[in-house]
Design a binder for this molecule. Sequence first.
Ligand code: GAL
Length: 679
Amino acid sequence: MTMRFLRYHRRMQPQNLTELLSRLWHGADYNYEQWLEFPDVLHEDFRLMNLAHCTAMSVGIFSWAKLEPREGQYDFRWLDALMDDLHGHGIRAILATPSAAHPAWLSARVPEVQRMNHLGQREPHRGRQNFCRTSPVFREKVTAINTLLADRYKDHPALLLWHVSNEYGSTVCYCPTCLADFRRWLAARYGDLDGVNRAWWTTFWSHTYTDWDEIDPVDPSNNGLLLDWQRYNSDQVLDFYRMECAPLRQLTPHIPLTTNFMRPDVGLDYWKIAEHIDIVCWDSYPEWHVHDDVQTACETAFYHDLHRGYKQGQPFYLLESSPSQTNWQPLSRLKRPGMVKLASAQALAHGAMGVNYFQWRQSRGGEEKFHGAVVAHRGGENTRTFREVVEVGEMLAGMPALAAARTPARVGIIYDFENEWALGLAHLPRKVNKEYQATCIEHYTAFWRRGIPVDVINARQDFSKYALVIAPMLYLLSEETATRLTEFVRAGGTLVTTYMTGWVNESDLTHLGASPLEAVWGFKLVEYDTFGADQAGQVMCTAGNTLDLIGSARCGRFADLLEPTTAEVLAVYARDFYGTQAALTVNAYGQGKAYHLGTQVDEPFLGAFYEKLTRALGLFPLLTGLPHGVSAQARQTERQQFLFLMNFTNQTQTISVEETATDLPPYGVRIVVKDVEII
Ligand code: GAL
């Protein structure tokens, strides 16, 4: 029985969370166990860590085979030495549980710890994160080692934070234990098989289930089934994480817990998982200098804001970033001078409480031996990378007050995982390239370019602190979310929605009759068209519209055909048989307004739309006249504002701060600290 951990009550905050959040941290993944036969290297490492102003190192992540070389025979001596050495050098430990890479002897003795594919074959032992999350033996072994770790280091002064496993993914397992667990999860959600059949509309193609064992999550024609399978796998990861945490919580209630997240497309509902961790950590590997750096910077900013959002604005920890290159992306170019500091500053600007790298020292062998590191194979501190890492350390040490500063956003963009999964699974007139994440980023870009702070938010959260909520492509819209959006507008909020909004409910069943947002929108959604990559439509603003929008724009991807009831039409389609019909509308509802963009408009038009709208709402940029590629972000306390000005181009850019012209060098950053009275 696996899902038991999900039902535990909320607990008190660990005491040391306050300490963790009160400072800025700097460090790296330190694979000490790879160098035990090289005492000089280890000695040198601590000297270099102090030079680089390192304050927190992630340790023990892939060390299970060193900690338990034979089943039941544990060896903690090397970890004791590491913890003591860290402490001796004034450095804290982000201590990992080792489940991400289990020893080969375990798979050999108990093949059931390995995942099973959908043809019923066990996967061989290889790589990492290759275990079955419901295997009772695997869970038992993880609990045993986590208990020993917690017991041994519970009073160790170096212990700062638990790093539970590493980058959990949603890789699925079709073994009988997982399938039985999935069926139990369904029974808990729907009560009985009738409930399941109703939710999944299984009369379609005669898919009605008469026995739980008939449910096999491999059928793409049953969208509801696969959506629930995805939800289940995300919950299974959460349950596994909570199982790992149980001994840690029990033996070290004062130590906070985290697990490192990745970019949002790994099939996990991070909003839900974040409720069970103490701080959000994430691993960011932008492909700098491969594509357009300005676009890369904007996407990275979106991901940082998303990670700040998971715990409603609480600072997050950038737990992994490459100080130079990676060796797993199709192409990874050397970071240009300034880029390590700029990328680190960008994370801080968006709410980070620390910057760590993968990895401290380059491995000598194995798949990652040519991945970048703070210390290269050649060793020593006389490298460009090391010098930049030192600069980051100095930057962090130089502004301790930033730890208490938060992001002053009044705009929220909804990013919803269940929606993303449901859209991905749906067979629509546009079957591929639905571009949910890209669309969210397109809307986000309009604010990033103007220097207006944004929170990336959850569809399930309270919207009342925002002046403007943007819900791009919220295809899966439960009645409950629709009601909260409606209330938000009624109470004076401004809502922006787009094409493909509100088609299905949480079971992926279409809403019948009126869309749940129709009253707020003030139009009926009657039909929709879609465009190929090389087909474009056009929209044209109506004369004298209340937003003062002018001109026309290229449009694509999708076109809602709307019949306004009470909405004002701000722009119409200018082509095809639906030319002259509404494409962009606004409807006054209660004290607020709801805008709807029925089609994907080009970037200048979307920018102009948000320019007018933010002005009308009194949401002003942090700095006006930002050159292309320069981003302005702020964090503030009650007394101070930290204004980050970041140049993501390879050209010097001139900006004007408080009427003084300042040059930002290529990939340069300037942080202006101002005393402010914030109301
Ligand atoms: C991360 C992972 C690290 C390392 C790194 C390389 O995703 O957590 O262990 O493999 O990638 O970039």
